[in-house]
Design a protein around this ligand. Structure first.
Ligand code: FAD
Length: 305
């Protein structure tokens, strides 16, 4: 909650602290995935069909009215109402013909800054955080009093790193294993897009580069958690490229637009009948906020017949 987020307003930060103090900050029991699973289960119970692993290639439009989507595998899905929660630039530049997008809207898409990007290390260790009195606390640490330096990406030796202790409720899991997550600011462009080349392919060079970066983050964390590297049982390294691959967010943006953006976005797209938007590209980020935005979009669809 107290992450030094670039250009995040003091008022916004105070609101977060106020929510936390009033007991309105929650951790989903069993890990963050449980929240997504709960939404998916509730939707399925109410007749929603969820198709995992099927990518939308385009949105069909006839005379200013959406008519459905075409999937990557060529399947046509007819729909007169569509809610897109995908990356907003993808929605307006790839799903539809960009010439259908008014120039002032395109300018807004191009000039609004994106959110920051990070490297996230998810570790399973044999270190019980309770031994370090860190249990259930998020720690943000930096060696510099210069905030800009602390936020500079690609320098985990100087930038802030955050250390979190997620709980994994794995049935019959080993009680001697504990989760630690380390986060450091890192750019999408780092060392030639993480040595992935124009195709953004996951090469051996990419693997080496991310392991090297992870080593630097771990070395930094060891100042607070001595011996950490010797207690790692497994490690997943997510780079901004990983974020891009899973969310398809432009340039690996972590949470949609930058916190410094003051742009307002309408959930009902004014220039295409039947198209609605939801998620962190059209409102604040965070699981609670995007859930509310999804509900708003559904209500708009119902209201517009
Ligand atoms: C490291 C990190 C930590 C965070 N921690 C917290 C936290 O503690 N608390 C909190 O409340 N929030 C947190 N957030 C923010 C929160 O996760 C996001 O704001 C939220 O998940 C955004 O939801 P969304 O539905 O808008 O977008 P997403 O969750 O990105 O969902 C968009 C979906 O669209 C899919 N998609 C994209 N393109 C296509 C396509 N062409 N075809 C089909 N599907 C497509 C993507 O695969 C993705 O599943 C965190 C985010 C990050 C990155």
């Amino acid at each position: 909650m107290l992450a030094p987020i670039k250009n995040f307003s003091a008022v916004g930060m105070l609101l977060y602290i106020a929510f936390a103090l009033r007991g309105r900050a929650y951790l989903p029991e069993g890990g963050a995935l449980k929240a997504s699973e709960a939404f998916a289960e509730a939707a399925s119970r109410n007749g929603v069909e969820i198709r995992y692993g099927e990518k939308v290639r385009s949105i069909q439009v006839e005379q200013g009215q959406v008519r459905g989507v075409v999937l990557e595998n060529g399947t046509n899905v007819h729909a007169n109402k569509i809610i897109s929660a995908a990356d907003i630039r993808q929605t307006f530049y790839k799903f539809i013909d960009p010439s259908l997008v008014p120039s002032d809207f395109r300018k807004k898409l191009e000039t609004t800054p994106l959110s920051d990007t990070f490297v996230i290390l998810s570790l399973v260790t044999t270190i019980d955080p309770a031994a370090y009195t860190f249990d259930k606390m998020d720690i943000f640490t930096t060696d510099t009093a210069n905030i800009n330096e602390a936020l500079t990406p690609d320098h985990p030796e100087r930038s802030f790193i955050s250390i979190q202790f997620p709980e994994f409720h794995v049935e019959a899991g080993d009680p001697q294993l504990f989760g630690i997550q380390l986060v450091a600011p890192a750019s999408f462009e780092y060392q030639g897009y993480w040595a992935t080349g124009p195709e953004q392919a996951r090469t051996e060079e990419y693997r080496k580069l991310k392991e090297d970066f992870a080593g630097r983050v771990i070395a930094r964390a060891e100042k607070l958690i001595p011996g950490l590297s010797r207690h790692i049982v497994s490690m997943d390294i997510a780079t901004p490229m990983t974020m891009h691959r899973y969310t398809l967010n432009d340039l690996g943006a972590a949470v949609g637009w930058s916190y410094r953006s003051t742009q307002q976005w309408k959930q009902k797209v004014p220039f295409l009948r039947g198209l609605y938007l939801a998620g962190h590209w059209v409102g604040p980020s965070g699981i609670y906020n995007v859930a509310v935005s999804g509900k708003n979009a559904a209500e708009l669809v119902l209201r517009n017949g």
